[in-house]
Design a protein around this ligand. Structure first.
Ligand code: F6R
Length: 608
């Protein structure tokens, strides 16, 4: 994930920026850069390698003079991880330098407009648009030009900005992406999380959306968009080094939940080219794909749940039988797999012992194996014939959130890729799916707007002792994941199940006040779900429905309803899981549970 550091004060900026970037390395990055103003010159040094490389080029910053600068670690979303795409980006007139975290969703029309006005672009990034717009909008006042620039941006951003002719002023503004100002003595800072600030100051201001910070060594002023000064609260950082890496969140889990929009984009973007799915470096040949008669997916826990989603999607698009097996079962069975079977193993860590054993079993039987893995260089990634990496970055919370979402995206893309080769689904459907995948980040962002409602629902239900999550079709797969999230972090006994199975036994557990969460994103089976809800309501259940906006089927039938943006029916798991993650998080919070490190659990399960 990208990181930002900025400095203005009496000291030499470059060494402080470089140390700050090193502190941001834990977020994961693929390129980096700094810009420093010295005697009316903007010096920009970038690398597509490590921070150590920047340190080498600048002799630990000693050759780059100047007391004001910005630095960035980039985690590529728009454009490859090259030196040109690395930040800071410079405006066409050479007057503005910008570092940016987030995604500018409307960058393409803005870019095209600027190109028509004669602006030359050097990079493939969305960020470069911001640098040029600043120059274009500059009419003598930096504040006004920042204000006018952000007024046309849609999406998320945290920006650090330098203006060459204000060599003692650093500017910052944010929207959705976090940005913090560090308050020092005769020096001030900005950063995307607290980690790089810790060695310098413990006094920080969490910037609010669309407030513009104007910062010198001696002053730190924050204004709203009308230019009215704000009186921000200076907060004192307390806690361990680990707690400060949470980027302003109380728990890694919430930080990782909030990272899902960029993670989805980062996972999908490199594989969608000219309306087609491409997996560079994949060894699976067209001939091999044509030989595949059966797909077996094997994994554990949440990764197994993404496999269940994939079964529905693959069978619809590929018309090939798909089975999903728990790796801990598969490894001790005598599975019917052979050289015409594609075995897909899914694992965030790439080290799960059962999944690794299942993979080896599949290989022994001659199957072609494809890993879907988050951690590069992990045992599963190395052992598979082919591996597709999920771009989730490091996930610290034991309960997976962003890695689950990234796995879904790779699985959707793989389904479209295979369907293209096999000709088993029409081109229009494949194109529609790819287009819709690219809208998911924005839709997830919209769901974040429901956080307060979901928190209130969590408050209402946090004392429950049992819960049932029900769904049909893809909603069933999501119900399993939602139930796992809730039970593992809140320690509430929670069962995820196929709604149609209720009447085969479980309904005997429903009594007055029993909590039932019904997923109803799958429109085709709405009526069936309504019947299930009526059945549990008749026995006194308290029902929370998660469905899509505009669906009035459950009005009057449920106690509470969460409405989500609509998407393609095959992609609903990517949206439906988000409120369940947030719900589980707040229930655990209200119960005082150890959210990031639930009892008895480990992040990487390397033992059987
Ligand atoms: C639940 C969770 C686990 C993992 C499972 C597999 O939140 O994180 O269920 O999904 O332990 O781990 P990986 O994906 O590393 O193989």
């Amino acid at each position: 994930m990208c990181g930002i550091i900025g400095y203005v004060g009496g000291k030499s900026a470059a060494p402080i920026l470089l140390d700050g970037l090193e502190k941001l390395e834990y977020r994961g990055y693929d390129s980096a850069g700094i810009a420093v103003i010295n005697s009316n010159e903007l010096n920009v040094i970038k690398t597509a390698k490590r921070i150590a490389d920047l340190k080498g080029i600048t002799q630990n910053g000693s050759t780059t003079k100047g007391n004001i600068g910005i630095g960035h670690t980039r985690w590529a979303t728009h454009g490859a991880p090259t030196e040109t795409n690395a930040h800071p980006h410079i405006s066409y007139g050479g007057n503005f330098a910008v570092v940016h975290n987030g995604i500018i969703e409307n960058y393409l029309p803005l870019k095209n407009e600027l190109i028509l006005k004669g602006v030359n672009f050097k990079s493939e990034t969305d960020t470069e648009v911001i640098a040029h717009l600043l120059e274009f909008n500059f009419k003598g006042d930096v504040f006004d030009c920042i204000k006018n620039t952000i007024s046309v941006l849609s999406g998320s951003y945290a920006l650090g900005i330098l203006y060459l002719n204000s060599p003692d002023t650093l500017y910052a503004v944010k929207n959705f992406s976090p940005l913090i100002a560090g308050v020092g003595v005769t020096e001030n800072f900005i950063a995307s999380d607290i980690t790089p600030l810790i060695p310098h100051t413990k006094d920080v201001i969490y910037l609010k959306d669309k407030e513009i910070a104007v910062i010198t060594g001696d002053s730190l002023n924050i204004f709203d968009l009308s230019g009215k000064p704000k009186s921000p609260k200076i907060e004192r950082i307390t806690g361990s080094a680990e707690s400060v890496e949470k980027g302003g969140y109380d728990h890694f889990m919430m930080k990782e939940i909030k990272e899902q929009p960029p993670v989805i984009l980062k996972t999908a973007t490199p594989h969608i080219k000219d309306g087609r799915v491409v997996f560079d470096g994949l060894n699976l040949t067209k001939e091999k794909i044509k030989d595949i008669k059966k797909i077996v997916i094997t994994a554990c826990g949440s990764a197994y749940h993404t496999g269940m989603v994939a079964k529905y999607v693959f069978e619809q698009l590929l018309k090939i039988p798909v089975s999903v097996d728990l790796a801990s079962e598969f490894r001790y069975q005598n599975p019917v797999v052979d050289q015409n079977t594609l075995v897909i193993v899914i694992s965030q860590s790439g080290e799960t012992a059962d999944t690794l054993a299942a993979l080896n079993k599949a290989k022994d039987k001659g199957a072609y194996t494809l890993g879907i893995v988050n951690v590069k260089g992990s045992s599963i990634a190395k052992a598979c014939h082919d591996t597709l990496f999920t771009g989730a970055g490091s996930e610290i919370s034991v309960a997976t959130t962003k890695a689950y979402s990234a796995q879904l995206i790779i699985l959707y893309l793989f389904a479209v890729f295979m369907a293209g080769h096999l000709g088993t689904s029409d081109e229009k459907l494949r194109a529609a799916l790819l287009n819709e995948i690219m809208t998911l980040p924005q839709k997830v962002q919209e769901i974040f707007m429901l956080e307060e409602n979901i928190k209130a629902l969590a408050k209402k239900h946090h004392t429950i002792t049992d819960a049932f999550f029900i769904g049909r079709n893809l909603d069933y797969a999501v119900a399993l994941e939602g139930a796992l999230k809730l039970k593992e972090i809140s320690y509430i006994n929670c069962l995820g199940m196929a709604a149609g199975e209720l009447k085969h036994g479980t309904i005997s557990l429903i009594e007055n006040g029993t909590f039932v969460l019904a997923l109803a994103m799958y429109e085709k089976l709405n009526d069936k779900m309504l019947s299930n809800i009526k059945e549990v309501k008749a026995r006194g259940a308290n029902v929370l429905v998660v469905t899509f906006k505009g669906n009035n089927t459950f009005l009057g039938a449920a106690d509470d309803i969460i409405y989500l943006p609509k998407t393609h029916p095959l992609l609903t798991p990517s949206l439906a899981v988000i409120p369940l993650q947030i719900f589980a998080y707040y229930i655990a919070l209200f119960r005082g549970a150890d959210i990031d490190k639930p009892r008895n659990l480990a992040k990487s399960v390397t033992v059987e």
